[in-house]
Write a protein that binds this ligand. Structure first.
Ligand code: BG6
Length: 483
């Protein structure tokens, strides 16, 4: 396969931080198809040497022990800087005539704001680069509501078919998120108990220690609901809750995810009030260091009611899940960077050990997504020793795949770029999925607006607003705090 990858926004933050390293890791893993070439396109008048030096310095500083000079040399031979304005057909034509040919596949990665997606598509079309085989890669933010998503998407779809579009959600490229498919569908023991009859509730938490400082203006117009829940957390929820697809191809997996998004029960006005929590961080201490509050961040902080934390209770209205609450939470500047899925099983009421067991100590299956990947099953065990009764203790069966993680030489972007090169859309989000996720999220954001629901404060370095704890406490439950 002879493929050219054109990265528009080729000297920007995303390209530097994520895309070049991901493509380098592909080379490191021996997965870069031989004749692949990479073009970083930008308006700036860089020289090839200055461009390579910039990318190389970044990689040396940020890829740690995975930096290998020989691999870098191999990788850098594929990398070319091309100057031009991607919205200008004449510039694209010049690049096309100099570098591309019809017998090679073309992947165009738009690492630029969606505001100019439409113009770029028109320019690609005008200069003949929007061939039927061209693949176009885009990622969030794809709008800030269903309406704006539809407008952006229509611009893409005017030129490219759905089969040519790769909408990245980098959470789907994470090893542990993909492992959900293996866990659920390669291990038959889970299937009979993976439903509301046996599962009390599900928790999906993505907590971060970073703040919004260096992208304050962007974040302030976005907020945690649009930045994390509309995409990453709902995608994880889909993989946890979807029905088994008929096979693992893109259409089958996306069809099942879409059904979940469409069965999310719309929150009523009252539920938006009681079952959602918006928070915003105040100053505090993280890792022993004082950090500013959201409103005092150096790079923009000013009065704002944007949420940096969301917790909510969702429900899926279908045969399998009706009656099982799903608690979701995400936030910035919390006490730890930690993402996990908790499957809390029900406690048998006629339990022989009822005196020692409460709902909160029922079995749990815990899937750690990051920073450490692993799967743990919380079980009860008899405490060793002579005792008149059978005293129980909590133990974790560790199904951790830490060894896998250690041998891993790639990140989520590597995985998704690998799949774009292989033309596999399974880990990409369809237009219908994005649209359905916006339907559900828009309603909540509208509800917040109409009721003027302001975010509550929480200290940086804490576990988030106390209201998020109360959300579960009201149902007799609590967020998992196990390690
Ligand atoms: C991005 C969000 O999509 O995901 C960021 O815009 C967030 O705000 C990031 O920090 C989290 O990704 P990860 O892979 O670090 O969990």
């Amino acid at each position: 396969m002879n493929t050219d990858i054109l990265i528009v926004g080729g000297d920007g933050d995303l390209a530097l931080r994520k895309l070049y390293p991901a493509l380098y890791y592909l080379t490191l893993n021996g997965c870069m198809p031989e004749n692949t070439r990479i073009f970083g396109m930008a308006r700036s008048h860089n020289t090839q040497d200055a461009f390579l030096t910039k990318v190389n310095e970044w990689m040396k500083d940020n890829t740690g022990s995975l930096y290998d000079e020989a691999i870098w040399l191999e990788f850098s031979k594929r990398l070319t800087f091309v100057q031009g304005d991607s919205t200008n057909p004449a510039d694209l034509k010049r690049i096309k005539d100099t570098h591309f040919s019809d017998d090679r596949d073309l992947i165009v990665y738009l690492a630029v704001p969606p505001l100019i997606f439409g113009k770029i598509c028109t320019a690609l079309e005008a200069c003949g680069l929007a061939k039927p085989s061209t693949r176009l890669v885009v990622e969030k933010p794809l709008g800030d509501s269903k309406e704006s998503f539809t407008a952006i998407n229509n611009e893409l779809r005017r030129v490219f078919s759905e089969k040519q579009l790769y909408r990245i959600d980098h959470y789907l490229g994470k090893e542990s998120v993909q492992n959900l498919l293996a866990l659920r569908f390669a291990n038959d023991i889970f299937e009979p108990i993976w439903n509301s009859k046996h599962i009390d509730h599900i928790q999906i938490s993505v907590t971060e220690t970073v703040g919004c400082g260096n992208r304050w203006d962007f974040y302030d117009q976005t907020g945690a609901m649009r930045d994390m829940i509309q995409n990453h957390l709902l995608q994880v929820l889909c993989l946890v809750c979807m029905e088994p697809p008929i096979n693992l191809d893109a259409d089958s997996v996306r069809t099942e995810k879409l059904k979940i998004l469409r069965s999310l029960k719309p929150l009523t006005e009252k539920e938006i009030e009681t079952n959602t929590v918006r928070g915003q961080y105040r100053k505090g201490v993280i890792g022993g260091k004082p950090v500013p509050g959201y409103l005092e961040e150096e790079e923009g902080g000013r009065e704002s009611f944007t949420e940096t934390f969301v917790a909510l209770k969702a429900e899926i209205n279908n045969w399998r899940w009706s009656g099982t609450p799903i608690y979701i939470r995400t936030g910035k500047r919390l006490d730890r960077r930690h993402s996990e899925i908790v499957i809390q099983f029900k406690q048998n009421r006629t339990n022989l050990f009822a005196d020692q067991l409460t709902q909160n100590c029922a079995n749990q299956l815990i899937i750690h997504l990051q920073p450490d990947e692993g799967i743990y099953m919380r079980v009860k065990n008899k405490k060793a020793g002579l005792d008149a009764r059978v005293p129980l203790e909590d133990r974790s069966m560790d199904l951790s795949f830490a060894d896998n993680a250690k041998s891993k030489k790639h990140d989520a972007y590597t995985r998704v770029l690998f799949d774009v090169i292989r033309s596999d859309q399974t880990l990409f989000v369809s237009e219908q999925e994005v649209s359905a996720a916006w339907d559900w999220v828009d309603r909540i954001i509208e509800g917040w607006k109409s009721k003027n629901k302001k975010p509550v404060g929480y200290d940086a370095g804490s576990t988030g607003p106390v209201e998020a704890i109360e959300l579960l406490a009201r149902d007799g439950r609590r967020w998992n705090r196990g390690e």
